[in-house]
Design a protein around this ligand. Structure first.
Ligand code: BTN
Length: 270
């Protein structure tokens, strides 16, 4: 019998950007619910956490599901001041925060597959989905009319192998790590606030360094499947200033902004 999260398990960490956290027993999707609230003017720093999602959204129109009380499903509403050309870093910095929480729970061999899949020993443990909500243009002075981003992540915590989508997925339990969801959430929220503030304050370089040190993609031979159906194959050599992936394909360098990436061969020595 899995224990529900209680309000005392989800106290907001101090000195962070988070202004409120609501725990929902069940919702179609925390991202969808928070996007709706964003359109109605919800504040920067609002968090939603769900025990169950009935229509959880994944990247590229996929779904995301987990048995009730088994995982963490979290969405945050932020209204960045940073140049929209840099918003591609938001999913990346969110993945860094989640990866650090996974490491803090004791999972060895934690990496990020570009753009924002968190892996433990090569298996996916968490995914991130960021969605932009256009601003209303209302000049209320508190920023409520500014464009928002709903950043959501799902982390497999207590699932057994048979409760996961397949052998390519894992959970903190299967990794032998801490499965106390309150503790893991607290750590993730601290790290998320820290990286968000650095990024929104202009220190993209710090986020880049943290991401690069966790990346399993940089240096690897990859195939990127683009939303158009086209593919790019080559060596992933860098992150672009936008957060996109730079792939050296023959003599060309292509910047990929949104794609599914397959690692063809592991990282080659420099
Ligand atoms: C992916 O890897 O495809 C991204 C998965 C993102 C899932 C999270 S769970 C909380 C938030 N609400 C959603 O509907 N999706 C995200």
């Amino acid at each position: 019998m899995r224990r529900p999260l209680l309000p005392q398990h989800v106290a907001l960490p101090r000195d962070t950007l988070w202004t409120s956290l609501q725990l929902l027993p069940s919702t179609p999707s925390t991202n969808a619910e928070l996007a709706e609230r964003a359109r109605k003017g919800a504040a920067h720093g609002t968090l939603l956490v769900a025990e169950e999602q009935t229509a959880g959204r994944g990247r590229r129109d996929r779904t995301w599901s987990a048995p009730a009380h088994s995982s963490l499903m979290v969405s945050a509403l932020v209204r960045p001041r940073a140049d929209p050309a840099l918003w591609g870093w938001l999913p990346l910095l969110t993945a860094v925060a989640v990866a650090e929480a996974v490491q803090g729970a004791g999972a060895a061999d934690t990496e990020i597959k570009w753009p924002n899949d968190v892996l433990v020993a090569g298996r996916k443990i968490a995914g991130v989905l960021c969605e932009v909500v256009p601003g209303t243009g209302d000049g209320t002075g508190d920023g409520a009319g500014r464009a928002a981003v709903v950043a959501g992540w799902g982390l497999n915590v207590d699932q057994a192998a048979g409760e996961l989508p397949g052998p390519q997925a894992t959970s903190l339990r299967l990794a032998g790590a801490d499965t106390d969801r309150g503790r893991v959430l607290h750590r993730a929220l601290e790290r998320w606030s820290c990286w968000y503030r650095r990024w929104d304050g202009g220190d993209v370089a710090a986020v880049r360094t943290a991401y690069e040190s966790l990346s399993s993609t940089l240096g690897a031979e990859v195939r990127a499947l683009l939303p158009t159906g086209a593919t790019v194959e080559g060596r992933a050599v860098a992150l672009a200033d936008s957060g996109g992936l730079v792939i050296r394909a023959g003599r060309r360098e292509v910047v990929v902004a949104a794609a599914d990436v397959v690692h063809l061969r592991p990282v080659l020595p420099p």
